[in-house]
Design a protein around this ligand. Structure first.
Ligand SMILES: NC(=O)c1ccc[n+]([C@@H]2O[C@H](COP(=O)([O-])OP(=O)(O)OC[C@H]3O[C@@H](n4cnc5c(N)ncnc54)[C@H](OP(=O)(O)O)[C@@H]3O)[C@@H](O)[C@H]2O)c1
Length: 245
């Protein structure tokens, strides 16, 4: 039920962090993975690791903020069965400190690109196709000083439901995974901060950071035949952050 043999998966933001783990997971489940990001060196290194170990991977270095990003990816790599919109940008500045151009820039990566990739790739998807958006617990709850990122993730979850409705008749499912606090490279400064460790100890049911590989199960579920009748859903992978009071 969780095998992906013969499937082609595009994972955006696969040059590190959660995207690299998601790509590894889908690859070991049998999919050919297209690793998208901007850092060609890191993408190539991951691609070589996967192929050396017997997997199948290709590399696509594209900036998703470019208007032609989705059409370029489609032209070079062809149709896919699974699209994982994982690439994400952060801008943790208070609303008075962030200008309109920076908000637009963030939304290009976090919201406009997932829409455009879904639009382009869903047109060639076979029935059984999958779109999985990587949101955040910020899609459902908010804290002060993170308005741009928070609105992008709220929008991504709304987009998930909208696309599920629109693509359902084509038997394409659209779901989202909402990570909590994961110990990725991008969070290095926060990981080193004992106050955050204390916060997670108190605020999550599991009392700790998520390990990057712990994101894979939820994505693999949505990507696999096991989730064939699940669409429009958001699954939090957050150690209990959203549920814990
Ligand atoms: N880590 C967490 O705790 C956490 C929590 C909640 C949600 N998330 C979400 O999970 C996803 C992955 O997070 P992460 O922590 O793994 O992030 P990360 O380590 O910063 O990785 C982000 C990835 O996105 C790519 N990317 C960013 N902007 C891009 C653009 N304009 N065009 C193409 N690629 C772009 C980066 O590519 P290059 O480096 O090659 O440029 C990189 O591969 C994001 O959507 C994030 O919002 C993460």
């Amino acid at each position: 039920m969780f095998q992906l043999d013969g499937k082609v998966a595009l994972v955006t933001g696969a040059s590190g962090g959660l995207g690299a783990e998601i790509a590894r997971g889908l690859c070991w489940a049998g999919a050919h993975v297209i690793l998208q990001g901007r850092n060609l060196g890191r993408l190539t290194a991951l691609g070589e690791t996967l192929t050396t170990l017997g997997g199948s991977a290709a590399v696509a270095a594209v900036d998703l903020r470019a208007d032609d990003a989705a059409s370029t990816l489609l032209a070079h790599h062809g149709a896919v069965d699974i699209l994982v919109n994982n690439a994400g940008q952060r801008d943790r500045r208070a609303m008075q400190m962030i200008d309109r151009a920076s908000v637009r820039d963030l939304l290009e990566t976090n919201l406009v690109a997932p829409f455009d990739l879904a639009r382009r790739f869903s047109a060639g998807m076979q029935p059984g196709g999958r779109i999985i958006n990587i949101s955040s617990i910020a899609g459902q709850i908010a804290r002060s000083g993170d308005a741009a990122y928070t609105m992008s993730k709220g929008g991504l979850e709304a987009l998930t439901r909208a696309l599920a409705a629109e693509l359902g008749p084509a038997q394409i499912t659209v779901n989202a995974v909402a990570p909590g606090y994961f110990a990725t490279e991008a969070n290095a400064a926060m990981i080193a901060d004992p106050a955050i460790a204390e916060h997670l100890q108190r605020r999550t049911s599991l009392g700790r950071w998520g390990r990057p590989e712990e994101i894979v199960g939820a994505v693999l579920f949505f990507a696999s035949p096991a989730a064939s009748y699940v669409t429009g859903q958001v699954l939090a992978v957050d150690g209990g952050y959203l549920a814990h009071f």
